[in-house]
Design a protein around this ligand. Sequence first.
Ligand code: ADP
Ligand code: ZN
Length: 436
Amino acid sequence: METDFFCHEIETLSREKLENLQLQRLREIIASAIKTSFYNKRLAKVGIKSPEDIKSIADVRKIPFTTKDDLRQNFPTGLLAVDMSDIVRIHSSSGTTGIPTVIYFTKDDLNSWTELVARSIYATGARKGDIFQNMMSYGLFTGGLGLHYGAERIGMTVIPVGGGNTKRQLQLMKDFKTTVLHITPSYLLHIHESMESHGFNTSDLSLKKAFIGAEPHSENTRLKLEELYGIDAYNSYGLSELSGPGLAFECKYKAGMHVWEDAYILEVIDPETGKNVEDGQEGEIVLTNLIRKGNPMIRYRTRDLAYVLTDSCKCGRTHRRLSRILGRTDDMLIINGVNVFPSQIEEVVMRIPEVGTNYQIYVDKIGALDRLTVKVEIYSKMFTGEVKQLDALKKKIAEELRASITIHPLIELHEPGALPVFEGKAKRVVDVRPSF
Ligand code: ADP
Ligand code: ZN
């Protein structure tokens, strides 16, 4: 019988049962963590010498946070809890913010991760019978292989093409009547812009859904993609340290991302004080992986900012939902003393109808002052208009941005295809200010 759930029982557990399961699994993870050189010392310092020292899930808060620096300093095996011969796969982060970090999986770890991804995909309504084109890069990055095995577990037909080569991607979509994509939102925007030049248009395609993630994007970007392609786009959030995708995913109601709480303890903290904040309040996401035994990860500070949604979801899943990622604590720009997140800029430019599918944030210094320039591609037809019209558009974009970020940026208008394109994670910010 067809149901809305991949695993009805787990996905709809009552809060009480969910918390009991979390406690049991937290103890198992502590047992593994004690076997690692890193956590062994850390846990002993706060008086945790055995799993029995954990009396409730709130006890997790006694344990210090784990940071990316901890992972780097304990590279390569400081967080490994099993013999290397029991590790069947290694992944690593993309290294957006420095040296990549490594993650290990045992056979059981891969199996339980795959289960989470399958659950996530299923929650969007994708099923056996769908043709799934996985356009995230395969390899060390968790996005490619993670979704791959989850989709296979559901029985979808997987096209493991990986990233890049737009023309070939379009040809595959057409030939195999691809119905579901997994892709970064920036690349999906770009494909639309360059589709015609490769001899395709949306009526050649059979797309119904896209799983978009791996990089920050705004609600307006989602809406734009849905409109351009006539699809539903579902947000997927994950990071390699916590095993990658399958951590938080939108269900068919697209109202925030369910975090699989049987597999993760979700906390949100004030990034300044490290104190836990209430549901609904914005802060830094902190996660404990409850199922990866080969490479335990306890209270990992993601540096991603979001908040927990407090209302229950129409789908009936009891696992709490996360808002979209509002920024990274480390991607905040300080421009003449004003804090600006790239996501605020994206939110504004992507709702302006004349703006096309790409933009870039450029920061430099003129004398002692910082200068913010927002470069946007606009649809070609705009360039046939009068200069006056272009000036008015620049003014409009600048004013809408000022209303949101309180500073007045310079606006540059570019023709479609003029700004750099990324087939993986987009690099939207170019900051050329001297760093001293
Ligand atoms: P890196 O930290 O090197 O980029 P990963 O490849 O593991 O390593 O990427 C994880 C990061 O990507 C997350 O911490 C988050 O900042 C970003 N990210 C992933 N998915 C999303 C999403 N759906 N929305 C916003 N940001 C995301
Ligand atoms: Zn839901």
